[in-house]
Design a protein around this ligand. Structure first.
Ligand SMILES: [Ca+2]
Ligand SMILES: [Ca+2]
Length: 175
């Protein structure tokens, strides 16, 4: 009976050792899997960083157009400029803008404006609206400018647009 118990005990002990060994192997295997996952994650991160660097080298270029507008006689008219990107934005693009006097003067011929234009990912254009003062004075055409500066996630292309206010009061002085 004792022999049987001893044999049973040895088998039981052996079984525990085997179970322990298998458990260690399993943990080892899990460790290998975890390290493999970690390596894959690092490789994936490196690929993303490299891709980001490549895309970053091809930032969209910013540009603003020129606008001509007939001044009107009463109230205001809107001069709508378009800020455009050479390719759709991959991330949010922003750029500062401000109006600059030429022969047209802020407060007299148009309303000074400044701010930040933002283009969401996928966008290629945004608007800047400038208020132009209407009048009935006989005068020459006048010009003001919009200058873009401090672009984010884009490069500088055509950064100055011209706004031409066309006099419509019927004088030979208008041109
Ligand atoms: Ca007018
Ligand atoms: Ca006028």
């Amino acid at each position: 009976m004792k022999i049987i118990i001893d044999v049973f005990a040895r088998h039981l002990f052996r079984a525990k050792i085997d179970a322990s060994a298998n458990s260690n192997n399993l943990r080892h295997a899990e460790g290998v899997v975890n390290i493999s996952s970690l390596v894959r994650s690092i490789c994936g991160l490196v690929v993303l960083v490299c891709a980001g660097t490549l895309f970053g080298a091809e930032l969209p270029s910013l540009a603003i157009n020129d606008v001509s507008i007939s001044e009107g006689d009463h109230g205001v008219v809107l001069a709508v400029f378009t800020v455009s990107l050479s390719v759709p934005a991959a991330e949010e693009v922003s750029v500062r803008y401000a109006t600059i006097d030429g022969s047209a003067k802020a407060g007299l011929d148009y309303t000074f404006s400044n701010g930040v234009v933002k283009l969401a990912p996928g966008d290629t254009a945004a608007k800047i609206v400038i208020l132009v003062e209407s009048d009935v004075s006989v005068e020459n055409n006048r010009e003001f400018f919009i200058e873009l500066s401090d672009p984010k996630a884009a490069t500088s292309g055509r950064m100055r647009g011209t706004g031409t206010i066309i006099d419509d009061d019927g004088s030979s002085a208008s041109k």
